[in-house]
Design a protein around this ligand. Structure first.
Ligand code: ACM
Ligand code: ZN
Length: 754
């Protein structure tokens, strides 16, 4: 039974004021400084009966800076611990991650109920030793601590790109450093099957390879022409990783995707699909129509696979995927349709539910539980299933309200494949914009839940999908420092109001990552630009979470140096130009150079209203984004574009006075793999009173297709106070496309006139 608790601790956690917080992440529930200090000795004496493996791990982490010795006799011992017996099984469950540390002038004493609690205490001690390694004087203190959430997870996709056993172990070490306790290993997907299954050798002989891989931005639709794989983990390697994680008190939750994301499996065993095949592992990213067909043969296969998986992974939960399963094939498959009839199912969504229920029953019969992405709610949730809420928070809310456990991992806060800084200065990423501060601001308990329902929120997790992450250096870059924010959110001591203070602790952790040669992102130093309306049109406001006095900029296209203009107030942008800016500290360039071109038109900075609002994940600066002088860039889906799912864009621009123009332009995007479709049509109107609009131009689908979405049309000589542009969403995605039958996305940017 998993419970959330610790309300009591949270109330008394701020014993130490923000400005003199210790450099700890996640910050403990309660820290109390006491009189005196513990002086770090030459050789640190450990009591002889400390839990062995945990202590050895601790020693390894700080061995270079400190010598260790186990005590031969009592007296003069520096680190002692006691493991307290729990008074009841419920108590044991509640307190298994509890620990206290008492640092007094002579000794450090750790108390916990379990070895896991002791291990967590040692992670805190490592950070304390790190902070005081120069002065060697650790203030006496008492820390009492335990996490708010039982599930604090990080996911890693090893299908789109593969990572070696050593790299996976490093990843697990990163989780351990910041007290995360769950590693969600995404082992199967369309682009590769990565786990050896003895009964089905073709899964890895065939399914662990693909012909080539898509490169660069999805919209480029280019491929590297290089065979990828065979890449997979043998069962011996899996055991090694599971053991490695266990030693660090981390649970490994394996994910075997079904019924969708199954192309690699079908490439090996085409008879498990609705149609004959042959199939190949996917070479591009996205969602594919060929999925497992719910026939007996498929269930036998999946049950046999799960048998081997369950033997390898002792986790309570087995992740069965369940996300993004197109129903295209099921609709046309005689067997599937027969099954729907026979079982009185409503439709193909009912069939998805049937699929998951049947798998759940099997997994439950083996004494385990299933967890799946929130689409497992489709057509009714399986009786004991837990939900991993990723498309937003609604899946988690629905689960909790119906007394099912949920792990919150909403894309807007927890997808670490999103950009963490201005995409101009970041390596190519999936899209979205999820900077450190956004992760830190996340509260895993949705406000819609009452206290009783909130108990079903097991915790929080971040996901790292690796379509655009080619190597382990890039993995490090994408998770650090955001993993630290996730860690504190999961621990329950984050406070978005204190983000600046948190950021200072993050910068302190950079020294540790430097020593470990970890390639972390320095994006927090980077400059964020924000366009604001001004009397002359627009102005560009520059900021960094550091001291803005350190910002230098140029308007002439040259790279900024320490001698360039010092930023003071928002820079006026009177005409089309490029602003380049960077952050300097003590004469040193700390940030990437931010480059922002502006294209000024008569609409720039004008008042704009939208009849329907964009989706939360792609709403960037609201309607103003369409007249901010920044032309949408395909690398910046989360920033310069507005995204609308299943909705038209109806934008009205108020010029303020009658304004002559003869050309109208706007951009829409196409990226079918991500369900983004070009507009179906567009209509352009003018008005002088914002009530009576005159249609001045219709743009047909073919014209939009031919221009690849970049529309620029002659509208004849106009002179009007209002311009209205109505851009029609493609609607329901047609069969044969990724996401068929779902609502298409319409991405729009910058509406201008000349
Ligand atoms: C997911 O991101 N498809 C779970
Ligand atoms: Zn079928």
């Amino acid at each position: 039974m998993i419970r959330t608790f610790l309300v009591f601790f949270v109330l008394i956690s701020n014993v130490i004021l923000a400005q003199n917080k210790l450099n700890l992440i996640p910050y403990p529930q309660k820290v109390q400084l006491l009189q005196g200090e513990f002086i770090l000795p030459e050789t640190f004496i450990l009591s002889g009966d400390l839990p062995k493996e945990e202590t050895e791990y601790f020693k390894k982490r700080i061995e270079p800076q400190l010598k260790f010795q186990y005590a031969q006799k009592s007296g003069g011992i520096h680190l002692t611990s006691s493991i307290i017996p729990a008074s009841s099984p419920a108590d044991a469950e509640h307190k298994k991650e509890y620990y206290s540390i008492e640092i007094s002038p002579n000794q450090i004493h750790v108390k916990s109920y379990t070895k896991q609690g002791y291990f967590l205490a040692l992670q805190t001690l490592v950070q304390i030793f790190e902070q005081y390694k120069e002065s060697k004087k650790i203030p006496a203190m008492k820390i009492e601590d335990q996490p708010k959430f039982a599930w604090r997870g990080m996911h890693l996709d090893v299908c789109r790109h593969f990572f070696t056993v050593d790299e996976v172990k490093q990843y697990i070490d990163y989780l351990a450093m910041y007290k995360l306790n769950t590693f969600h290993w995404h082992l199967t997907d369309d682009q590769g099957w990565r786990i050896e299954i003895k009964k089905y050798p073709k899964l890895t002989q065939i399914g662990s390879k693909r012909k080539e891989s898509m490169i660069g931005a999805y919209v480029d639709n280019t491929f590297d022409g290089k065979p990828y794989g065979p890449y997979f983990y043998t069962q011996e390697q899996i055991k090694e990783v599971v053991k490695y994680a266990q030693d660090r008190h981390i649970t490994v939750v394996p994910e075997i995707e079904m019924p969708g994301h199954a192309l690699a499996a079908l490439s090996a065993y085409p008879e498990l699909a609705c149609t004959k095949g042959p199939f190949e592992s996917a070479t591009k990213w996205g969602v594919f129509d060929d999925v497992f067909c719910p026939k007996d043969e498929t269930f036998t296969f999946l049950e046999n696979v799960l048998d081997e998986v369950i033997k390898l992974f002792p986790s309570q939960y087995i992740h069965i995927g369940g996300d993004e399963c197109p129903k295209t094939r099921w609709k046309e498959c005689a067997h599937c349709q027969e099954l729907i009839k026979k079982n009185n199912l409503k439709d193909e969504h009912g069939l998805q539910s049937y699929f998951i229920h049947r798998i759940e029953k099997y997994v439950n019969s083996k004494g385990r539980k299933i967890i799946g992405w929130d689409e497992i709610l489709e057509g009714g949730l399986a009786p004991n299933a837990a939900v991993m809420s990723w498309t937003g928070v609604d899946g988690g809310i629905e689960a909790a309200k119906s007394k099912h456990f949920a792990v919150m991992t909403p894309g807007a806060y927890c997808y670490f494949d999103h950009y963490q800084g201005d995409p101009q200065s970041e390596p190519n990423a999936f899209g979205g914009f999820t900077p450190l501060e956004k992760v830190y601001s996340y509260n895993p308990i949705p406000s819609e839940l009452n206290a009783e329902q909130a108990k079903y929120i097991m915790g929080v997790q971040a996901n790292l999908w690796t379509e655009y992450i080619l190597d382990f250096k890039q993995v490090q870059y994408m998770i650090f420092p955001r993993l630290m924010a996730l860690s504190e959110v999961g621990w329950g001591t984050s406070d978005p109001k204190d983000y600046k203070e948190f950021e200072n602790r993050v910068i302190n952790q950079f020294k540790v990552l430097d020593d470990m040669k970890v390639n972390y992102a320095r994006s927090i130093y980077n400059i964020t630009g924000k366009v604001i309306p001004s009397n002359t049109g627009i102005a560009y406001e520059l900021s960094t979470s550091q001291n803005t006095n350190g910002i230098r900029y140029t308007l002439d296209g040259t790279n900024p140096s320490i001698n360039s203009k010092t930023y003071q107030n928002a820079v006026q942008i009177p005409n089309s130009l490029t602003i380049k800016s960077a952050y300097f500290e003590e004469g040193q360039l700390k940030s990437a150079v931010s480059v922002q071109p502006f294209t000024i038109s008569k609409t720039t900075g004008k008042k704009i209203t939208l009849e329907q609002q964009p989706s939360e994940n792609y709403s960037f600066g609201g309607a103003f984004t369409l007249v901010d002088g920044i032309i949408g860039n395909v690398k910046q889906l989360g920033k310069t574009w507005l995204g609308f799912q299943g909705k038209d864009v109806v934008a009205t621009i108020d010029f303020g006075q009658k304004t002559p123009f003869s050309e109208v332009y706007f951009n829409t995007l196409e990226n079918k793999g991500s369900w983004i479709h070009l507009a179906k049509s567009a209509k352009i109107f003018v008005s002088d009173d914002n009530r009576n609009f005159k249609l001045i131009k219709e743009v047909e689908a073919s014209e939009i297709q031919n221009a690849s979405g970049k529309i620029k049309v002659n509208v004849g000589a106009q002179n009007a106070k209002y311009l209205k542009v109505n851009i029609e969403n493609a609607g329901i995605i047609p069969a044969g496309n990724p996401g068929a039958d779902s609502k298409a996305w319409l991405f729009v940017d910058e509406i201008g006139v000349n």
